[in-house]
Design a protein around this ligand. Structure first.
Ligand code: SME
Length: 158
């Protein structure tokens, strides 16, 4: 695997994702351990984008349980259908939330989080976890983030 990450200074997020995608592919290459790979994906995303919180929740025993992440401590368990993460799991689709206060049932792990994007992770057509990204800014995420983050999570081998 590549052992370091080149962070680019561009403010164009497409450029940032395009630089990151092959590097994440390189990080995952040859490593089969899921936790190691999820941890490096979080670190790479955090380094490039500096987001407030980025991390994974994994489905275990019928609920989402906190996995590798970067950022402040977070709630550890989320039920199906609860919060943005539980909703993305239940609806099996990416949810972009421009204002978390306007999302019914949003789980505030931190009062500093203002907007959020959550993507389900699929294995054998079932949701096995989610990628959750939080920002301290309103309307921080859009369809560009959804498009590229979907490509990143497709690289994960379960
Ligand atoms: N806000 C999320 C909970 C996870 S934390 O943001 C890290 C939600 O509503 O599901």
């Amino acid at each position: 695997m590549a052992e370091d990450l080149t962070v680019i200074r561009s403010t164009d997020k497409k450029e940032q994702y395009k630089s990151l995608l092959p590097q994440i592919e390189g990080l995952l290459e040859g490593e089969t351990d899921l936790v190691a790979n999820l941890a490096n994906i979080c670190a790479a995303l955090k380094e490039q984008f500096g987001w407030f919180w980025v991390g994974f929740y994994l489905v275990k025993d019928g609920q989402l349980i906190l996995g590798p992440f970067q950022g402040p401590v977070a709630c550890t368990r989320i039920a199906k259908g609860k919060g943005v993460c539980g909703a993305a799991w239940e609806q099996e689709k990416t949810l972009v939330v421009p204002d978390v206060d306007a999302f019914p049932g949003h789980i505030a792990c931190s009062s500093l989080s203002r907007s959020e994007i959550v993507l389900p992770l699929f294995h054998n057509d079932a949701v096995v976890g989610v990628l959750d990204v939080d920002s301290e800014h309103l309307s921080h995420f859009d369809e560009i983030d959804a498009l590229y983050l979907e490509q990143i999570v497709k690289l994960i081998r379960f």
